[in-house]
Design a protein around this ligand. Structure first.
Ligand SMILES: CC[C@@H](C(=O)O)C(=O)SCCNC(=O)CCNC(=O)[C@H](O)C(C)(C)COP(=O)(O)OP(=O)(O)OC[C@H]1O[C@@H](n2cnc3c(N)ncnc32)[C@H](O)[C@@H]1OP(=O)(O)O
Ligand SMILES: [Co+2]
Length: 134
């Protein structure tokens, strides 16, 4: 059911510093910051030859990543995103299998303008999974 790895997301305590580090130290193709108010984050995408890195920073006082950063003040890998062909088919299959789909199960439009859903990390070996319909 899951396809390509779309991105790996890293929550960071300083978005400018992290962007500069990837650009200058690692020589990566780093995009501009994008506010995503519906998701409570500001994101910076880094384009790699085979996938993307998504730097995440909290936006607003209800950010879903604030608790993670409080527990990991230096930052850390926050989620991985797999592509799926049909997000509703994927969601219903996962619900049938007993997985918890976050946010009430209704897809939201993600940073790439495509529908996304999140799966509870406790159901997937401690790893928060994002699904993106491509
Ligand atoms: C820009 C849009 C989009 C895109 O297009 O790419 C995005 O990527 S948006 C990214 C941000 N959005 C989300 O993460 C939405 C889904 N996330 C959530 O709903 C919450 O973050 C969460 C997963 C429910 C956790 O919320 P939190 O407030 O931290 O809840 P808890 O403290 O109750 O956590 C429960 C439990 O899970 C552990 N945890 C939390 N986050 C993670 C994580 N990222 N990876 C692994 N484990 C995580 C947390 O430590 C708790 O564990 P215990 O302490 O053992 O109970
Ligand atoms: Co993401």
């Amino acid at each position: 059911m899951i396809g390509r790895l779309n991105h790996v997301a890293i929550a960071v305590p300083d978005l400018v510093a992290a962007s500069d580090q990837y650009r200058q130290m690692l020589g990566a193709d780093v995009g501009a910051p994008q506010d995503e108010p519906d998701h409570g984050v500001t994101v910076v995408f880094i384009t790699l030859p085979n996938t993307k890195i998504e730097l995440l920073y909290p936006l607003g006082d209800q950010s879903p990543i604030q608790g993670f950063l409080d527990k990991n003040p230096s930052g850390g890998i926050h989620h991985i995103c797999y592509e799926v062909d049909d997000i509703l088919v994927a969601r219903d299959h996962l619900l049938d299998q007993g997985a918890r789909v976050l946010g009430g199960g209704a897809p939201k439009i993600g940073a790439h303008g495509k529908p996304v859903l999140f799966l509870h990390p406790k159901d997937f070996n401690g790893c928060l999974i994002e699904l993106e319909q491509v």
